[in-house]
Design a protein around this ligand. Sequence first.
Ligand SMILES: C[S@@+](CC[C@H](N)C(=O)[O-])C[C@H]1O[C@@H](n2cnc3c(N)ncnc32)[C@H](O)[C@@H]1O
Length: 273
Amino acid sequence: MTGCHSGITYNQQYFAVTTSHRPSPVQVSLANKLSDELSVPFIPRNDLSIETMISNTGVIGMMVVSAQRISFFTGISEFFFHPGLAKLRINELKNGKTDQMIQAMSLGAGDTLLDCTLGLGTDAIVASYVSGTSGKVTGIESSILIAAIVGHGLKTYQDEDISQAMQRVEVAHSHHKDYLAGLPARSYDVVYFDPMFRTPRKKSPAMDAMRAIANPDPIDRETIALALKVCNKRVVMKERRWSKEFERLGFKEIRGGRYAPVVYGVIDRQGMV
Ligand SMILES: C[S@@+](CC[C@H](N)C(=O)[O-])C[C@H]1O[C@@H](n2cnc3c(N)ncnc32)[C@H](O)[C@@H]1O
């Protein structure tokens, strides 16, 4: 993970790092490393429950390094990395099927993508598979917890079919507006946004866990203007089919399956200065 800017949803005062019960030396060393990198306390587990640790320390949640993964526990929900539908989508592409996001991006081998809303990284993994070893995918995430957990997951999750695509995704912890403002014009072929929906589509424990630590802010017009400067080909935004966000942010062209509840707004750079 690189970079550290503003726009942190959960900051240093709110959480601490620990391990699962009876940790290996590797877990303890990773927990200490995270504590240094994120400037948050490391608290040895000492047989305590996460709930007790939260109420003893007054934090909102604990980052827990276990043998399998890094999670963030709030006492109600657990957030951890998993590749979601990425593998299924990549298999569909391998079988010659269309992926609506890739089509809307017009992404191909060797292309570069700036994913301004990394989240769990599912879209970034699919894009990384398509852009291949000659391309590049950078994922920007403003929640320090999501950036750290997903950044670690992408580098370490074992799946022989998609490990390489996952490992190629570069993660930066930053507010996307700050990040975009620091980039030269035409630095990426495509700039992509998939903001949190204003209201959740469906209730699920995984989505609730993410919502607890994600940045819920809407995108502003200035950010889209910056994205249009930074892209070489187009800016793409995923939203609900009838979302008013498309109009508000200047997306006139909408792509996606005819009956899909979620579609992609596209603004081409062509014709712009
Ligand atoms: C709906 S999720 C993205 C899901 C992602 N496309 C995937 O495939 O997993 C939106 C993510 O964008 C992040 N986010 C929202 N506003 C942001 C901003 N201004 N800068 C960087 N990340 C942001 C949220 O914290 C959240 O993790």
